[in-house]
Design a protein around this ligand. Sequence first.
Ligand SMILES: [Zn+2]
Length: 301
Amino acid sequence: MKTFLSLLFCLVLGLFSPAGAAARDVTASVFPVWLLLREVTRDVPDTGVSLLLPAGTGCPHDYAMTPQDRRTLARADILVINGLGLESFLGESGRAGELMKKGSLIIDLSRGMDGLIHDDAGQDEHNHQGVNPHIFASPAMMERMALSLARQLAEADPEHASLYEEGGRRTAAQYAALAAECRETGARLKDRGVLVQHDIFSYLARDMGLRVDGVIRSQEGQEPSARDMLNMVRAIREKGTAAVITEPQYPDRTGRTLAAETGIPCLSLDPVAGGPEDAAPDYYEHVMRENLRILENAFGN
Ligand SMILES: [Zn+2]
């Protein structure tokens, strides 16, 4: 009966909603941006939130858009991206706009962002213009992205400006609390050095005061040579690296081999590049707290 009534209610609403008041489709490029977008727009009416890439995609460096993705993109009124070249599947700048409908808008969360990490050119093939694009893997950067998203949505849709701003403040406060936990855990770990799978943890390491001693440069399907392995083993010993950090998205064989060879732990941390499509509202916080627990178990005294 209850289901029937709610169905009837939906039908009535659908029938009587005035023309032109259809839900605005705001699409997030990738999973972590989608988590952020859902929270910031939670209380905003007439706003439908979509995710462009499948939730489990992870870091989309080698991603090629499918016909389904193009249809999702073509429906969007607003596309929200991480920026900094993370969404290289959209092609050169301006290309995404061509795939979208007239009057649509792209919101780039990295726009005007300070505190970006500039890596040595060519250090990692995922690196665009020397700027590390993985800002989403840092709660401290997510806090800024929440505020930036709210500000840009309010500019695009002034009618709901106060709701976006409220959502932005609430979401930013959640990430700020998480960033504080990262700093506190980091302080207890006392400036440990880590070797990472790809440069996705650079921002989180900075939040925590961890030193990134190096990046395992082997990419998918490309094992490092025996000489690369020897050099990495030597570097771990010279720098006193405390752990190798791998991530669920990429094979961890090289990381585990290096850790075993040097007698240091190999830890799998999740940078929240991807996740389940039914992720709970606090999914990001949950995964990051689990990462902190893993680090603390390995290093804590
Ligand atoms: Zn990446």
